[in-house]
Design a protein around this ligand. Structure first.
Ligand SMILES: NC(=O)c1ccc[n+]([C@@H]2O[C@H](COP(=O)([O-])OP(=O)(O)OC[C@H]3O[C@@H](n4cnc5c(N)ncnc54)[C@H](O)[C@@H]3O)[C@@H](O)[C@H]2O)c1
Length: 283
């Protein structure tokens, strides 16, 4: 039986975790194309996992696949989605701060019947947030707690000249909405983007970031109030084995989305071979 064809855009940590998952053989998908701004990274992935994949430019990679996984960086999001719209391919976007800066593309993709899958990433509770939205939410707060090391290099800290190297106690380094958080901490706060897109939107989602020298794990807490009542979730993440700035659960959420898409595709091939799967809901 044919497999779901995947293009990986951005062949770093998450790309490698996807390859490891596919090696186990129980997801009916195969990587057919790799694209990375640094070609050596694509070559390394291909060599390490013995992939029968083409290393190529973005547009070719998208055209060769059934499903595109963006695991690169926020500035890659716009060209990836535009290429997916051009070639009529569904995609999974990991660099969600890039999506927040291009909200018009979500609408454009919907109008072109392209699904943009938004992974839950490193946070739990988005199922409840989505359900609660059916009756409305009036308050959503994300509190993220990370070690100073995990926040290092964030544009906001550099711009405000905030040095966290010798802090002994937890300090709140940022409070603002999800739009502001995505600009201030683009590589750290994908969870805020996912929460806001599933919930009341980036303008109204409140984000607090705490630098805590006493923790090794990344911790994300959601507090939400709405017509349904209140919810609180806490997710404590181990860092990814290959990247301290990334939570392992984020890679696992990408793999879970890929599994669902691939199984859906295979079901459609079995029961409706002439039609490719399409779903009106973009989430
Ligand atoms: N949604 C979430 O919850 C979540 C969680 C963790 C990470 N992320 C995001 O996923 C993305 C990938 O994370 P990672 O840990 O694999 O990072 P990584 O640094 O390990 O890998 C990124 C790869 O993308 C490549 N790249 C950079 N810019 C590119 C471009 N313009 N076009 C093509 N390739 C490019 C790099 O060379 C690198 O090989 C990041 O943007 C990160 O912020 C999202």
């Amino acid at each position: 039986m044919s497999k779901y064809k995947i293009a990986i855009i951005g062949c770093g940590n998450i790309g490698a975790d996807i390859c490891i998952a596919l090696q186990k053989g129980d997801i009916p998908a195969e990587i057919v194309a790799l694209h990375d701004i640094d070609e050596a990274k694509a070559q390394l992935l291909k060599r390490t996992f013995h992939l029968d994949a083409e290393i190529c430019d973005l547009d070719t990679a998208v055209s060769l696949s059934d499903f595109v996984i963006e695991s690169a960086t926020s500035i890659a999001v716009e060209p990836v989605i535009k290429s997916c719209i051009k070639h009529k391919k569904d995609c999974l976007i990991m660099s969600l701060s890039g999506l927040l800066n291009n909200l018009n593309l979500i609408e454009e993709a919907k109008n072109n019947h392209i699904r943009i899958k938004i992974p839950s990433g490193a946070i739990c509770g988005l199922d409840g947030i989505r359900s609660a939205m059916e009756a409305g939410l009036h308050r959503v707060i994300l509190t993220t707690r990370k070690s100073p090391q995990a926040l290092k290099g964030a544009p906001y800290l550099i711009e405000k000249n905030i040095d966290l190297t010798d802090i002994k106690e937890p300090i709140t380094v940022f409070e603002g909405n999800a739009f502001e958080a995505a600009k201030a901490f683009p590589a750290n706060i994908n969870v805020a983007c996912a929460l806001s897109l599933y919930g009341i939107g980036p303008k109204d989602t409140i984000v607090r970031i705490i630098a805590d020298p006493n923790i090794k794990e990344n911790m994300h807490e959601i507090y939400a109030e709405g017509a349904f009542g209140r919810l609180q979730t806490t997710t404590i993440n181990l860092p990814s084995p290959r990247n301290i700035k990334s939570s392992y659960l984020a890679s696992l959420s990408a793999i879970a989305e890929l599994r669902t898409m691939a199984e859906d595709y295979i079901m459609h091939c079995l029961y409706c071979p002439e039609r490719k799967s399409k779903n009106k809901n973009n989430l």
